[in-house]
Design a protein around this ligand. Structure first.
Ligand SMILES: [Zn+2]
Length: 299
């Protein structure tokens, strides 16, 4: 039995504020789950974050107030946290006093998201995310599935489906195919289950899509090995959904900005068949020569 943890990066709205929408899935066999989960928590523990969420985008943002603190790097974790909180509180108070309600709310929200990580310098946060990516890269038992849709190139009329639907259909089809390829000798079937971050809109959509795939198959395959509709969990508590979040982030930053460092580490886990990457696709124009497109083509 395999669990495939799914998360998205960017918005599926057209045009939205990102050029790409990425849906990423990380599959692990259930007998590897405990060790994999613990490995990630262990890395976080080295950075004083053992019980905190791994949220890649918030970790990698610049925290401007850290630059205003003299010798930030030389301070202890505790002193860094106090100094950042002092800066933040002063800033929020200024915004309240000058009646900038909208900015105040926005900054307050950002502060809450980044609060667990404020004792780490930008370099330390980058190396934390890099360490997790290296760890994933070495998981010989894990497979990465992803659909990276260039929305400028996507025509929902021609595709006959929405961005969301195409992305989900691709992940489901490839995971099903992977399960079929890993069937045990002697006819023993492998089964799979999708696990997804609990977002109400997406939960409803993906549940409906999955019911439909169970009835009619996808455009590519019948669904015989993936059971049930996706299970929805709280991503702030589920390490492996956070791993899928990192993979989605790395893929989107690569296809949008060419940032290759994190991407190369996690792309090592893309499902392959005879050296051709079949698990990850970049849906864009045919002349794209990015590493995903090159690896996806049969030469
Ligand atoms: Zn490409």
């Amino acid at each position: 039995m395999y669990l495939c943890y799914i998360d998205e990066s960017g918005t599926s709205d057209v045009p939205g504020n990102t050029s790409h929408f990425v849906l990423a899935g990380v599959s692990v066999p259930i007998w590897r789950w405990r060790a994999a989960d613990q490995e990630i928590s262990h890395i976080l523990g080295r950075y004083g974050l053992r019980n905190e969420e791994l949220h890649t985008a918030w970790l990698l943002r610049p925290y401007l107030e850290q630059r205003r603190i003299a010798d930030f790097q030389q301070l202890s974790y505790v002193a860094r946290r106090s100094a950042v909180e002092r800066e933040r509180n002063a800033h929020l108070l200024r915004l309240q006093q000058t009646n900038q309600r909208k900015t105040y709310r926005q900054i307050k929200k950002n502060c809450a998201h980044t609060h667990p990580y404020i004792h780490l310098t930008h370099q330390e946060r980058k190396s934390l995310v890099g360490d997790v990516a290296d760890c994933i890269s070495n998981w010989g038992f894990a497979r990465l599935f992803a659909e990276c849709i260039d929305k400028i190139h996507f025509d929902s009329n021609r595709a006959g489906r929405t961005v969301d639907e195409q992305a989900f259909e691709q992940i489901v089809s490839r995971f099903e195919q992977y399960l079929a390829n890993t069937d045990e000798t002697g006819g023993q079937r492998n089964y799979g289950l999708l696990v997804h971050d609990n977002n109400e809109t997406i939960a409803r959509k993906h549940t409906e899509f999955m019911r439909q795939f169970h009835r009619q198959g996808t455009l590519w395959t019948r669904i015989e090995r993936i059971i049930e509709t996706p299970l929805f969990v709280d991503s702030s508590l589920t390490r492996m959904v956070q791993v899928a979040d990192l993979c989605g982030y790395a893929l989107r930053r690569y296809v949008e900005n060419g940032e290759a460092d994190l991407f190369r580490r996690i792309f090592a886990r893309a499902d392959r068949s005879r050296n051709v990457v079949v698990g990850v696709r970049h849906f864009t124009n045919l002349s794209c020569t990015c590493e995903i497109c090159r690896a996806h083509r049969v030469s």
